[in-house]
Ligand binder design. Structure first.
Ligand SMILES: C[S@@+](CC[C@H](N)C(=O)[O-])C[C@H]1O[C@@H](n2cnc3c(N)ncnc32)[C@H](O)[C@@H]1O
Length: 465
């Protein structure tokens, strides 16, 4: 092991736990640092390198080692002790450098850098809008804030490699950030780690992490995409695909996927375009404890939680459930009641162990009812107006959402275990007529197996193609 890695390993072992957590000092292991640096385009000319949130300077140092002599490094690090170690690391490498012991989000940097490399802190922050040359960009966590500042410090044609979570790629939350990013940079490489633990084994970081390489120029014709890499992979030789950015983007909120759309889904409209809408259950239980009931009363209404939707057909009441299965009719005053009819309920949260991320369940209710806020429900109205589905349509949609095809799609769109309404609205979905036909071919009360579901869906898609 070289001295650069040794300084990093010794520092990591000695970091006070409270500071480590507060400033997210999860230092990059050497293997991940080399992979990140290997993404920069080789150049015969000296480069100006920025290491942003530098820690012990491992990323700046590795970048300098692979750059022509005459290159220089600027390291920005808030923590005084780490900043001193970054100085030692860069001294050892023998590269011209300056270490700025400052807050990366307020330091003034001119756009003069050819290479920016960062493994920033990831924490959520109160939403703010950052001013950039290309307008304001809203951010709500440190990693997107660091990335915005890092890109702003690049000179035209310069390249940035970031080690960040993949959560920015989907969800409404990051939609404005994505739009800004696609406007100012070319997305050149996306490499997503396969395991949540491999990459920062000695820091216990349990996030879906990726390497993102960008350059400050118009979008290149192809993006290189690696799905499921491990820190020991050589990115020059490991399997990857090349796709145009447009083939990786989905829908109006421009979700970015790590694979091209399966050909079986190509050409299908999105769920929203098919005239369906996903809303989130309206009852936040802890703000409405006073109306929860363990036993039904006169005029009480059924309450559905994720426990009630464990099967393809919702069950009510769930015997032995610890959760109250009814609410009093005060629920009407709280505006949480949904009208009689059929719906497809979908979990908003799943666990890593669950076989499927998306777990749908048909609900046909003959009485008005209430859905807990941890459930989504699909209907054919709008965000303001709930219109239930025909029962066969709801059953067909339930089968569609239970298919392996949909589960694969969702996993490629989202690295997290949450299932959010915005992403579901972008899901390729057959027409209402086709969904109804799926239900007619495969009655839900016959409790179809996964194989049955996948088989019938593939038959119907083939007939339609
Ligand atoms: C995830 S660590 C990565 C460190 C180093 N880049 C590496 O890869 O090993 C994030 C670093 O950012 C530093 N940091 C956190 N907030 C900062 C801020 N506002 N300005 C500058 N550095 C900051 C932390 O002290 C920590 O060293």
């Amino acid at each position: 092991m070289g001295l650069v890695a040794q300084i990093r390993d010794t520092a990591l072992a000695a970091l006070p736990a409270d500071r480590k957590t507060e400033f997210e000092q999860y230092l990059t292991p050497e293997s991940v640092a080399s992979q990140a640096v290997s993404l920069f385009t080789p150049t015969p000319f000296p480069v100006r390198i920025l290491d942003f949130g530098a820690g012990t300077g491992i990323l700046g140092a590795e970048t300098a080692i692979y750059s022509p002599s005459g290159s220089s490094v600027t390291a920005v690090e808030l923590d005084r002790q780490l900043a001193a170690l970054a100085g030692q690391t860069l001294d050892h490498v023998g590269v011209e450098h300056e270490v700025l012991c400052e807050d990366a989000l307020s330091v003034t940097l001119d756009p003069v850098f050819d290479r920016v490399i960062l493994n920033p802190p990831y924490k959520k922050i109160a939403p703010v809008s950052l001013a950039t040359e290309s307008g304001y960009v809203p951010v709500s966590n440190l990693y997107t804030a660091f990335l915005v500042c890092a890109i702003s410090a690049l000179k035209p044609g310069g390249e940035c490699v970031a080690i960040i979570p993949r959560s920015w790629m989907n969800g409404e939350y990051f939609a404005a950030f994505r739009t800004w990013l696609f406007g100012v940079c070319s997305i050149d490489v996306m490499a997503v780690y396969g395991s949540r633990q491999d990459h920062f084994r000695d820091s216990n970081v349990l996030q879906e992490i990726m390497l993102l390489k960008l350059s400050k120029r118009a979008q290149g014709s192809l993006v290189m995409v690696y799905d499921g890499i491990s820190p020991s992979d050589d990115l020059q030789t490991v399997e990857h695909v090349e796709a145009s950015l447009n083939d990786l983007l989905v829908g109006g909120s421009r979700i970015l996927r790590v694979r091209r759309q399966s050909s079986r889904l190509a050409g299908l409209p999105t769920l929203a375009e098919s005239g369906l809408w996903v809303s989130t259950g309206k009852l936040v239980w802890f703000r409405n404890r006073d109306i929860l009931l363990s036993e039904p009363e006169e005029d009480s209404l059924p309450l559905y939680w994720s426990d009630n939707t464990a099967q393809l057909e919702a069950e009510h009441p769930v015997s032995g459930s610890r959760r109250e299965q009814w609410v009093s009719n005060n629920a009407y005053e709280r505006h949480v009641v949904l009208p009689v009819g059929s719906y497809c309920l979908v979990n908003r949260f799943s666990s890593k162990e669950q076989r499927h991320r998306v777990m749908p369940s048909l609900l046909t209710s003959t009485v008005p009812f209430v859905a807990d806020n941890k459930l989504n429900y699909v209907h054919q109205g709008t965000s303001r107006n709930t219109i239930p589905l025909d029962t066969e349509l709801a059953a067909g949609l339930t089968l569609w959402l239970a298919s392996s095809l949909v589960d694969d799609w969702y996993r490629q769109v989202s690295g997290s275990t949450q299932v959010n309404a915005t992403d579901l609205r972008e899901l390729p979905t057959p027409s209402k007529k086709t969904l109804t036909r799926i239900a007619q071919k495969l009655p839900l009360n016959a409790k179809p197996s996964q194989e049955n579901i996948d088989h019938v869906i593939s038959q119907i898609l083939e007939e339609n193609s």
